[in-house]
Design a protein around this ligand. Structure first.
Ligand code: PA5
Length: 446
């Protein structure tokens, strides 16, 4: 049984059967283009077969490195940005806990740096590391991205000062291109253990490579089960449109987009899903948002955000649709006891599990929002086990690719990301950017 399934029950008043029929051929063509590798960006399709076609020797090295880190470190510092950190963090928070670092556990705490340029954040993580044993996993496909490169300078220095050059070799792990880039060169020179991000796997599609798998394994998750879930999805999601929830989800998104619903809010009723939604936003945002097109991906965690964005969703501009990930089986439940005095009047909620209250919040909200003019897609996630996580990752990756092809864009490039970098480098005086610098400073009124 698929652990991640589409439920279209709440879409009935928004999408008629004939509309699905009309778009079916387009979805099938997009899927065929993907499977036959004939579309734009087809040199970045390594992720399609990753769940079965991965380097088994490297996989064994990932597990060994994770064991080593678990045995000699209190803290693992994960350095990376965008696709080079979001998947790992999403996985760890979903499968372990958003409070992972606060749990009583026998695995290292994990902190993520190099995903911003805040000096405050960096200083705080450095002070957390004081007096602790640490290892570092620096992740950058290009090996040249400014944010992680800057953070790596700081943590390499810290590890070398603490453990010496030889000790550092035992504690620094680099995940990068197999041959190119500054990080690869430096790792080879210093003798760090390296893991490979294949040429044909883009950053946001790389969670099932060493990029995601090493930190995920350090957190104590079973990475064999993650890959097994993804392999199940790879097999099942090859089916024809009528039996393929992934293609249907891509098709529904496109129907809604054509009806003016240009914002998708990914939602779940558990805070452990918050980083998963960040991963989703990067996957779909960077893949689809180009050529002045695309659905803007956003997210909410309910019931928390019903007290912030709930008003807008119920009543504001009708520009969005919701995709609710309905986690069927929470990791834990909590029995709500009766209170003899009932001074707070909450006894109507008691003598049952808290998950029942959460489910009523979900059902009440979806009815209210649907009646308020917001189409709701439901994706049912059986549980938050490794297998289900792996399945869901592959589902979203494939849906994103199919959806992007339906939209007529290349889902595998990200030309827009370069613009801010050029400006930043020019303003910082990076050699080679001198001409742009004066023009930008004039615009800033300097
Ligand atoms: O999805 C992508 O390609 C990007 O988000 C990259 O992952 C991100 O820019 C980091 O790049 P790199 O791994 O080269 O440092």
């Amino acid at each position: 049984m698929a652990p991640f399934k589409l439920n279209t029950k709440y879409l009935e008043s928004y999408i008629a059967p004939h509309e699905m029929e009309a778009v079916k051929a387009q979805a099938e063509l997009a899927a065929k283009t993907l499977e036959e590798r004939t579309g734009a960006g087809n040199d970045f399709l390594g992720w399609l077969d990753l769940p079965v076609n991965y380097d088994k020797d490297e996989f064994a090295r990932i597990k060994a490195a994770a064991k080593k880190i678990q045995s000699n470190s209190d803290i693992l510092i994960v350095i990376g940005i965008g696709g080079s950190y979001l998947g790992a963090r999403a996985a760890i928070e979903l499968m372990k806990s958003p409070l992972y670092n606060n749990l009583k556990k026998d695995t290292p705490d994990i902190y993520y740096v190099g995903n911003n340029i805040s000096p405050t954040y960096l200083n705080e993580i450095l002070s957390i590391c004081e007096g602790k044993d640490l290892s570092v996993n620096v992740i950058s496909k290009s090996g040249t991205t400014t944010e992680p490169a800057l953070a790596f300078r700081v943590f390499r220095d810290l590890v070398e000062k603490k453990y010496g050059k030889d000790g550092a070799k035992e504690r620094i792990f680099a995940t990068t291109d197999k041959a190119r880039g500054t990080l690869k060169e430096l790792s080879d020179k210093e003798g760090y253990e390296t893991f490979v991000i294949a040429d044909d796997v883009g950053g946001r599609y790389s969670v099932l490579t060493a990029v995601g798998l090493l930190p995920i394994a350090v957190s104590g998750c079973d990475i064999d089960a993650v890959m097994a879930g993804a392999a199940q999805a790879r097999e099942e999601l090859k089916a024809g449109f009528d039996n393929n929830d992934c293609y249907k989800y891509a098709a529904i998104r496109n129907i809604l987009y054509r009806k003016g619903k240009s914002i998708e809010i990914l939602e779940a009723y558990d805070p452990s899903f918050a980083m998963m939604a960040e991963w989703f936003k990067q996957l779909f945002g960077e893949s689809e948002g180009k050529d002045n097109r695309g659905i803007y991906p956003s997210s909410c965690i309910f019931s928390t955000d019903l007290h912030s964005m709930g008003q807008f969703i119920q009543d504001g501009s009708r520009v969005m649709f919701e995709t609710v990930v309905d986690i069927k089986k929470p990791k834990q439940d909590f029995f709500l006891e009766d209170d003899a005095q009932n001074l707070d009047g909450l006894n109507f909620l008691t003598n049952q599990n808290m998950s029942v209250v959460n489910r009523c919040a979900f059902e009440g909200t979806i009815l209210a929002h649907t009646e308020g003019g917001v189409p709701n897609i439901v994706l049912e996630l059986e549980d938050t086990t490794e297998k289900s996580f792996g399945y869901m990752v592959y589902f979203f990756e494939k849906a994103c690719a199919v959806s992007g092809y339906m939209l007529g864009i290349n889902p595998f490039n990200q030309p827009g990301v370069e613009s801010y970098k050029k400006n930043m480098f020019a303003l910082l005086g990076k050699p080679g950017y001198e001409d742009q610098r004066s023009a930008l400073e004039a615009k800033l009124g300097r």
